[in-house]
Design a protein around this ligand. Structure first.
Ligand code: SF4
Length: 354
């Protein structure tokens, strides 16, 4: 059983982050935010894919002004990502649900104080987003782009806000590799109780980002660290949500849908297992009940796995068995097995809800 580090609960719109709230999955649009139609379309795609929160870049005044209309046309909680210019944060704070700034790069303390005041008026949290590639000069000079430098930067920015009486804070500590990312989050965790937004930044294409994010975020989640997360992928928006949800599920942090146990390719398989598992995965993706199901290519391990599975198939030559809770419920030809198996899974899912 994973024991989550107890963090302060904050709210990004209607989504709770930290404390006992479920770990949320978020992403970011890639349109120019001032292009309202494209940004709304991307936010809606993310919403449909299952995102809990979405972030948009606000590099300019036109982008900040567009937020009002975007907010009217979407319902996902919106985070405005702002660097350097506090005026953009003041405009954004009138409509969005969270501001991402690093106080250290906003300028004078008076300017940060104005942003803090605007956020307090609307109960908005602030995300401090430390990135190894853009540390403040004093930390970069002293520590370089190391976990120590990232921790020092995060701690400095947190204290900056705390000195202004603000503590609705969440923190991210992203590096572009696994080790620095893990070390930074681990190192900062004992120093405060603010919720952490996990992520490996600039993690690459779908394949490499999936590997890096699974190792880094999986490691941290298994240590109980992490309250919200983004998987950064050079690719389609929806993939970020799909991989994020899979990391939560496959690390065992959340129970959500089927856990499909299936054989690797193996010389004993006497059926088209690859196609059978692909069909099962596709046709059962709507099922939310956390069932264990196994799809095994021969009898060597099938009976053992089936004992632990809610529903199982054991393939033989041209035929096979369907089992429920270790008991054989059908002996069928290969072409009939998948359909019958899915019926048994659906039945088990309904019973699970009761
Ligand atoms: Fe191979 Fe059979 Fe083991 Fe599957 S259960 S991996 S088919 S030996």
């Amino acid at each position: 059983m994973i024991e989550r580090v107890k963090t302060k609960k904050i709210y990004v719109g209607n989504v709770a982050v930290g404390g006992d709230a479920p770990i949320s999955v978020q992403s970011m649009t890639f349109s120019q935010t001032r292009d309202i139609d494209s940004t709304v379309e991307q936010i809606n795609r993310l919403h449909f894919a299952g995102a809990d929160i979405v972030r948009v870049a606000v590099p300019d005044i036109e982008d900040a002004k567009a937020l009002k209309e975007i907010k009217k046309r979407t319902s996902l909680p919106l985070v405005a990502d702002i660097h350097f210019n506090h005026k953009l944060a003041l405009i954004a704070a009138e409509v969005v649900d969270c501001i991402r700034i690093n106080p250290g790069n906003i300028g004078s303390k008076d300017r940060v104080a104005e942003v803090v005041k605007a956020c307090k008026e609307r109960n908005l949290p602030i995300r401090i987003g430390v990135n190894s590639g853009s540390l403040e000069k004093q930390f970069d000079d002293k520590y370089g782009q190391t976990p120590k430098g990232m921790i020092a930067s995060a701690d400095y920015n947190i204290k900056y806000l705390e000195d202004l009486g603000f503590n609705d804070i969440k923190v991210s500590m992203k590096a572009s590799d696994v080790q620095r990312t893990v070390q930074a989050y681990r190192g900062l965790r004992p120093l405060n109780n603010y919720p952490f937004h996990l992520g490996v930044t600039e993690a690459g294409t779908l394949f490499h980002s999936t590997v890096k994010s699974s190792i880094a975020l999986g490691t941290l989640l298994l240590e109980g660290i992490g309250d919200t997360m983004r998987v950064s992928i050079t690719g389609e928006l929806e993939e970020e949500i799909k991989v994020g949800r899979a990391i939560l599920k496959d690390s065992g942090v959340v129970k959500d849908g089927l856990n499909i146990i299936s054989c690797p390719t193996c010389g004993r398989i006497e059926a088209d297992l690859v196609s059978a598992v692909a069909q099962i995965e596709e046709k059962t993706k709507h099922i939310k009940a956390p069932l264990d199901v196994s799809v095994m290519g021969c009898v060597v391990n099938a009976i053992g796995e089936a004992k632990h599975a809610d529903v199982a198939i054991a393939y033989g030559k041209g035929a096979g068995l369907v089992m429920v809770k270790g008991e054989v419920v059908a002996r069928l030809e290969e072409k009939e097995l998948v359909e019958h198996f899915i019926k048994e899974v659906e039945k088990a899912a309904k019973e699970f809800k009761i």
